[in-house]
Ligand binder design. Structure first.
Ligand code: BTN
Length: 252
């Protein structure tokens, strides 16, 4: 059910249809002053955007498709990975209240077991060395019963639990969690953010299959460096470091 603006923790703009909530919020921010953590949520996107230029598909009204904006001028661009970490944690911890086996697949996909339940597209604007604006677009599969598109391994909470959910209630809870983590980030209280992110990682333990430009290999996760680089150690104890999109997780 659509919440009343009085009970929602941040300004909320609900639209039936747009090409992409990221585009909508980006345009709004370029036209007028927008309050931090304003949310744009849509029932349907005609050109939902994913990572790597992919599209993001969702049946109308079934899932959460939203974007929010922050103006983290205090944050140096070299620390921008902290934004991914706090948003991922907020979503992971909310989804933990519905089911077990939720993890964060580096850098910022949310997984249930070996399947993707949520993706995010974070678009940062820089001003000198710092971040002036960050549009955070999030798609979470909630009530969709079946997936028809090209995405390789989607899953919804409905498919996991057999129950249907009030998507605005989930959105409200997520925004409360984002608000709280963002306050923590503003205070530069980042130790527990980094620890929790590391503890929440998909494949945090054991040897698993990966693929890079040189081919497939077995490795275990060593750590994620502050700038977001994933460090793996392969079978002959060689450390390999990857930035986003440089390594693929081979799934079961
Ligand atoms: C991914 O490829 O994993 C990122 C998907 C991000 C999808 C969300 S849906 C709401 C927001 N608007 C968009 O166009 N994309 C993001």
């Amino acid at each position: 059910m659509m919440p009343s603006p009085d009970t929602f923790p941040v300004p909320l703009i609900h639209i039936n249809e747009t090409n992409s909530t990221n585009n909508y919020l980006q345009s709004l921010c370029s036209e007028q002053k927008v309050e931090e953590l304003t949310v744009v949520v849509a029932d349907f996107q005609t050109s939902g955007r994913g990572q790597r230029g992919n599209s993001w598909e969702s049946d109308p009204g079934k899932n959460l498709l939203f974007s929010t904006v922050i103006f983290p001028e205090f944050l140096e661009a070299r620390r921008q990975f902290l934004i991914s970490q706090v948003i991922s944690l907020a979503i992971k911890e909310e989804l933990d209240t519905y089911t077990t086996d939720i993890s964060i697949k580096w850098p910022n996909d949310i997984y249930w077991k070996e399947k993707k339940i949520c993706g995010m597209l974070i678009e940062n604007d820089l001003m000198g060395r710092n971040i002036s604006q960050s549009i955070v677009g999030i798609g979470i599969n909630i009530n969709q019963e079946a997936f028809h598109g090209a995405a390789p391994n989607p899953v919804s909470i409905y498919q996991i639990t057999g129950k249907q959910y009030d998507i605005f209630e989930i959105l409200k809870n997520i925004m409360l969690r984002i608000q709280s983590y963002y306050c923590q980030l503003k205070k530069d209280d980042t130790t527990s953010i980094v620890t929790r992110y590391t503890e929440s990682l998909f494949r945090k333990d054991g040897m698993h299959r990966y693929k890079d430009a040189d081919g497939e290999f077995l490795a275990q996760i060593v750590c994620v460096e502050p700038e977001g680089k994933l460090i793996l150690e392969d079978e002959i104890q060689t450390k390999r470091g990857y930035m986003f999109k440089e390594v693929e997780y081979l799934l079961k």
